[in-house]
Design a protein around this ligand. Structure first.
Ligand SMILES: Nc1ncnc2c1ncn2[C@@H]1O[C@H](COP(=O)(O)OP(=O)(O)OP(=O)(O)O)[C@@H](O)[C@H]1O
Ligand SMILES: O=C(O)[C@@H](O)C(=O)CO
Length: 426
């Protein structure tokens, strides 16, 4: 299997978001969970998105995992590798966007790497280096309350500089609007000035087309799904890949079985979606304190699910308001409480699958990572889009047999996302 475009995604929901964008823009794409085992039969594809769970791990671990994934992608023919980060630039001053981008630059011979989290379809735009989320500066958006990496600075040149060894430049919108040659010239001049990376503005898909045309001629780039759109279009427009329409063959064959939602995301969007879901299905709100204290909250949740699930889908959520989350974190610590709840939600998901669930929606990036790892799913085919950034996924090579899943990034999806997803998954 020779591929043209590779991506290393820093979390699993982000990987499926990118795989969805690449598919929609004409590339046959598969999402693997980690570096695929040599024995795993993968279909013929143009792009492989290797999903890692490295957004919130120590920078040295993220660098090492990303370097191995890069080696695999490069070895399988990828001419360009996109490091897929979150469209809200989720990271801390310790990393991992800066360290991983710089490590990949070292592996590929230097230059100034183009970095942009812009994804206008979901309201993420970058203007003079500042990230806006649905028109609000990042630090005033709901991301200021993120449970693991609250974002307090919208100026990405500063954010990136705090987590980088090298100097960070800016390619502003005026330059992007002037087209690929102007962007290239600006990146060249930043390279001469010694910048290892540059935050690049984009507010429209046209801007992303320009950036894709520039990035595709380089070996690596860092960005969100919007940059994926630009890269896919550049590959198709330059004739390097024929345009493929639709989803992967066989991705949507019905699987039947029971259906469930497991939510660990505490984003404002997920909290609203759960409220709406309560009108159409049974929703169990877990007691997060009890989950952490390792009492019988998991067994109680499974027994509750057992009572309802044969009549239709159920939802089980650890999700809580920012106030509840910060109370729990001040008592148990940010990482410890996050990990304990991820362990609990993934156990619940695995037990639901053991009891016959074959259509599973998971809300939250870290939560999805924990669930997919727990189920040991090796890869996903990409089905139709449920909402921007969230496709239906079909498991490949999983011990449970074929399942349909949706991994919803915390902030993605409309108010009725959960019901819509389950209606589409048969
Ligand atoms: N009640 C709670 N109190 C404290 N932490 C919680 C609670 N419920 C969930 N969590 C933790 O909050 C974190 C939520 O992160 P996750 O990545 O799953 O969602 P998200 O940040 O909304 O999604 P994304 O990363 O896709 O934007 C997880 O570590 C989860 O275990
Ligand atoms: O880019 C995004 O916002 C998402 O794909 C994501 O990475 C959230 O985890």
């Amino acid at each position: 299997m020779a591929i043209l475009l590779g991506s290393i995604a820093d979390d699993y929901t982000g990987a499926s978001d990118l795989a969805n964008t690449l598919t929609k823009n004409g590339l046959r794409t598969i999402q693997t969970v980690g570096i695929p085992d040599a024995a795993l039969a993968l279909p013929d594809v143009d792009a492989v998105v290797v999903a890692l769970k490295i957004r919130s791990v120590p920078a040295a671990d993220a660098v090492s995992a990303a370097a191995q994934a890069h080696q695999w992608l490069h070895g399988h023919g990828a001419k360009h590798v996109l490091y897929k980060i979150c469209s809200t630039f989720d990271s801390t001053d310790a990393g991992n966007i800066g360290p991983v981008t710089e490590a990949l630059t070292d592996l590929t011979g230097g230059g100034t790497v183009l970095v942009t989290p812009a994804f206008p379809e979901t309201g993420r735009t970058v203007y003079f280096g500042h990230l806006f989320v649905n028109g609000q500066p990042l630090n005033e958006s709901p991301l200021k309350d993120h449970p693991l990496n609250p974002m307090h600075d919208a100026n990405l040149v500063r954010v990136m500089a705090r987590q980088s060894q090298g100097t960070v430049g800016l390619v502003d919108l005026t330059t992007v609007a002037a087209g690929p040659a102007a962007v290239k010239a600006r990146l060249d001049s930043l390279r001469v000035q010694g910048c290892t990376t540059a935050i690049v503005d984009a507010v429209t898909e046209r801007d992303l087309g320009t950036l894709g045309a520039v990035a595709v001629e380089m070996e690596i780039s860092t960005g969100a799904s919007g940059l994926g759109l630009g890269l896919a279009r550049a590959l198709v427009e330059s004739g390097q890949v024929p345009l493929h329409a639709g989803t992967t063959d066989g991705a949507m064959r019905p699987v039947g079985g029971l259906a469930a939602i497991v939510a660990g995301s505490c984003s404002r969007a997920t909290l609203e979606q759960l409220e709406i879901a309560e009108r159409s299905m049974p929703v169990l709100r877990l007691d997060s304190e009890k989950l952490i204290a390792a009492s019988d909250e998991i067994a109680a949740a499974l027994s509750w699910a057992g009572e309802h699930i044969s009549s239709g889908p159920v939802a089980i959520a650890a999700s809580a308001s920012p106030e509840t989350v910060s109370m729990l974190q001040s008592r148990y610590g940010r990482e410890a409480s996050g990990h304990a709840i991820e362990a609990a939600t993934s156990t619940i998901a695995a037990e639901l699958v053991a009891r016959g669930v074959r259509r599973l929606v998971v809300a939250g990036g870290e939560t999805s990572g924990a669930v997919v790892d727990r189920l040991a799913i090796p890869a996903f085919l990409i089905g139709p889009e449920i909402a921007p950034g969230v496709p239906i996924l079909r498991t490949v090579g999983s011990a449970q047999g074929d399942m349909l899943m949706a991994l919803k990034s915390g902030n993605f999806g409309g108010k009725d996302f959960f019901a819509t997803a389950l209606t589409m998954m048969r």
